[in-house]
Design a protein around this ligand. Sequence first.
Ligand code: SF4
Length: 247
Amino acid sequence: MHAPPSTLRIHSIETLGTHDGPGLRMIVFTQGCHMRCVYCHNPDTLDLDGGRLVTLDELVERAIRQKPYFGARGGVTISGGEPTVHRRALLALFRRLHAAGIHTCLDTNGLILDEELRALYDETDLVLLDLKHIDDAQHRRVTGVSNANPLAAAAYRESTGRPMWLRYVLVPGWTDQPDALARWATHFAAYKTLRRVEILPYHRLGVHKWEHLKLDYKLRDVEPPSNEIKDRALRIFSAHLQNVVLK
Ligand code: SF4
């Protein structure tokens, strides 16, 4: 048996964030992702060899120092990039955070699905899963890969009975098709572990990073969704699902 990793490759740390999970949270953005979403607003987190290494000791100590600010609902969220690239290190980290009484969230695209991933999910208090399109061909168009694993990851979490939030980035012309939104919502309507669904309207804040990295940004002519498009998505999701939030 290998010793658990003692380091994690990260992009950055946000001291007290409010957008990724409940309450006030320390957000760790890991480095590296295998998807290539057309709207990614952190393309600088994609390179698996980029970022910097931090020790798990450093992260645990930092989280414990911040714990008084977390209150009853907050804790630590690991986001990215794609955190499950580092699932062995995160399993060790989450065990240590739990030993310190700190709540853990994993913000994931669901692409990786193996025994180590299942062990990490089982150690995670709340999974935030981005299910980026219900139609496989459209999912490939948006992310470059199939939605088979993200759907299976959601089903695995459901099978454990542990809580999950789902997230959906709403992009005009790419992910806002009404029939697909209805299929997405219907797919998850019977899930008992689903506590919240967040619709995240596409924004253009990361475009300059694509330009800086000399990457081809396919959404150059796409504007953020209008109120009409956002309201329509909210209506469709709400018709099938509880606790839908437009962020
Ligand atoms: S999964 Fe997240 S980090 Fe990876 S490409 Fe998509 S938006 Fe970017």
